[in-house]
Structures are given as C-alpha cells and as structure tokens.
Design a protein around this ligand. Structure first.
Ligand SMILES: NC(=O)c1ccc[n+]([C@@H]2O[C@H](COP(=O)([O-])OP(=O)(O)OC[C@H]3O[C@@H](n4cnc5c(N)ncnc54)[C@H](OP(=O)(O)O)[C@@H]3O)[C@@H](O)[C@H]2O)c1
Length: 299
C-alpha cells in the first residue's frame, strides 16, 4: 500500500516513521506543515487544511491509506483560537475523509466529559468541555459522515522520546527543583506514542479492515502524581549516582493548580474492542515508560 502519514513531525508521526522501517511491504509518504532539517526520510510539505493540496497529493502519489497524525493539540491555546483548531481538527479531517482513500484518524479522550468513574467505551455519550475536545469530536463526526469506512483511534496522555511532553517536563523539573506539586485527582493512562504507532500498524496489517471507533492507551491507571513518581523512580534506575533525581513530589488537588482549561477528572478508556478485534495485548504503562526513558536517558 501507499501510505500517507500526516503530521509526521509530531510525537506520533515520528514514532510512525521509526516503526515503518519494520514494515517495508508498504511505501510511505511522510508529510507535515513544514519540514525539519534532521529527518532521515524526505518530508513532504502538506497543510491538511488545504483541500486542493490534499487531493492533489493523494492523486499524484496514488495514496491508498492516510494515517492522520496531524492535529492542533494545544489544549489551552485552542480556548483562545477555536476557529484555527476547528480548521485543523475538524474541517481538514473531512478533506482527508473525501480524498478517495482509506483513513485512520487519531482522536482523544477529551471528547468525553471526564466526569464518570467508569472506563469509557467507544459508544458512551460524548460531552467535551473544552474547545480542543469540541473540535476533535466534530472532526470524528465529519469523518464518519463522509467516510463511514474510516477508523478512528481515540487515545490519551501521549508521550514519546520525540517532541515536548509530560515525561520530558517532569524529568527537567525533577532535576531543577527540590520539590514539586503534581495533581493526584485526575486519573488516566499514560500512553507511549511508540505503542500507539504499533497498534496502528496492527490495524494496517490486519487481514481485514474493521471500520469504526476504537480506544487505545497503554494498560493500567494512575494519576499525574503517580506518573511523576514513576518517571523519577524509573529514571533513577537508569541514571548514574551523580545525576539522580532527588526532587520531593507532593500530591496536590486540581483546585490548587491554576489550569486555564478544565481537565477531565477521569479519562480512562476501555480498550476491550481494540484488543478483541485485532487480537492484541497492550503493554502496561510503567513497562512502556521504562522503554521510553531508556531511549531518553541512556546514551
Ligand atoms: N498529545 C496528547 O497527549 C494526546 C492525547 C490524546 C490524543 N492525542 C491525539 O493524538 C494525535 C497525535 O498527537 P501528537 O501528540 O503526536 O501531536 P503533535 O506532537 O502536536 O503533532 C501534530 C503534528 O501535526 C502538525 N500539524 C499541525 N497543523 C497541521 C496542518 N494544518 N497540516 C499538517 N500538519 C499539521 C503539527 O505541526 P506544528 O507543531 O508545526 O503545529 C505537528 O507536527 C492527535 O490527533 C492528537 O489530537 C494526543
């Protein structure tokens, strides 16, 4: 298959690029809104909000499948500029949906209210309470309207050795600060983007195409506080004595943290449908975190 991967400079896009080397049976076209100088493969410039450019690209390169890793992911900024987030997370997803090929699109736990205390299933009621969540939900809806054969994978709490994310921030703050308060009343599942990329390849290479919405995160549940403790503890198993992290991490309530945008209190996704449909196990979150930290910390 000829596979177009949009947003290839992001966390997930980079992991797709790394993993694609293990699946040489496909031809890959990596694209983003701009190119980066240090990539080992050519990166095409493709702004997914430009419908004509999307159509031309798909036709010229005979694309069979688009994996849409491009998105407007800045949750706070989306509150101030919802129209831009809407163009990228919703309108553009529609252009991808009608470009004439299969689509795997990535969405988010933010489509749910995060007020329930039961892991969310794919068909649970949606009720986003942020601009980001609203735009992602409309993207899902537009895509399914124009391309009911599409696959939507909702994920959450993504991190990677590429890009900026919570893991890198907590490693930095762990070194810089003597103590740190991290919220313990928001519960979810940290998800290594490399494992999400692996799930996407399982879907691509499955004997049959199973259209619909799926949930994918790593296994397990924790708070941001537990996540931070695990990052520091696992990092210390990999770092030399002289570089150990000694920061005292304290649990705080969300109400004590000045969030610009409301965050879901409980955003655990039920992954049964993905596991049953594609007959795959999913790595536990600390095991996945350990793999990422090894890449980040071991020279
Ligand atoms: N990060 C999370 O915690 C999280 C959680 C749940 C779901 N998700 C979803 O998972 C997917 C992947 O997230 P990620 O963290 O890998 O995102 P990311 O690191 O922000 O990467 C997104 C990429 O898309 C590019 N992009 C933005 N606008 C574009 C456009 N108009 N045309 C082409 N490319 C464009 C971005 O470029 P610029 O950087 O230059 O804008 C960036 O390279 C997204 O759908 C996201 O909504 C993420």
């Amino acid at each position: 298959m000829n596979i177009l991967i949009t947003g290839c400079n992001g966390q997930l896009g980079n992991e797709m690029r790394v993993l694609s080397a293990q699946y040489p049976q496909h031809n890959y076209f990596f694209a983003d809104i701009m190119t980066l100088p240090e990539t080992d493969v050519p990166v095409y410039i493709l702004d997914i909000t430009q419908q004509d450019d999307v159509n031309t690209f798909v036709q010229e390169h005979h694309i069979d499948l688009i994996v849409n890793c491009a998105a407007y992911t800045q949750v706070d900024k989306a509150e101030e500029d919802e129209p831009t987030a809407m163009r990228i997370n919703a309108d553009a997803v529609q252009w991808l949906g009608i470009a004439g090929c299969k689509v795997i699109h990535i969405s988010t736990d933010y489509v749910f209210s995060g007020k329930e205390y039961i892991p969310c299933k794919e068909d649970d009621p949606v009720a986003p309470n942020t601009a980001y969540g609203r735009t992602k939900l409309i993207g899902e809806q537009k895509l399914m309207e124009v391309n009911p054969q599409a696959i939507i994978l909702r994920t959450a709490w993504l991190y990677s050795s590429f890009g900026n994310n919570f893991v890198k921030t907590m490693l930095r703050l762990g070194i810089e600060r003597e103590q740190l308060g991290v919220v313990f009343d928001q519960i979810g599942t940290p998800t290594y983007a490399a494992d999400l990329a692996q799930a996407i390849f399982h879907i691509i290479n499955a004997p049959e195409w199973h259209a619909g919405v799926y949930h994918f995160t790593n296994e397990g549940v924790c708070s941001w506080y537990d996540f931070t403790i695990a990052i520091h503890q696992l990092a210390n198993t990999l770092l030399p004595e002289s570089k150990q992290i000694h920061c005292r991490v304290q649990p705080i309530l969300s109400s004590a943290y000045a969030y610009k945008t409301p965050r879901p209190h409980y955003s655990v996704l039920d992954k049964s449908k993905y596991k049953q449909t594609f007959q795959q196990d999913i790595p536990y979150w600390t095991e996945a975190l350990d793999r990422c930290l090894r890449l980040l910390l071991i020279p």
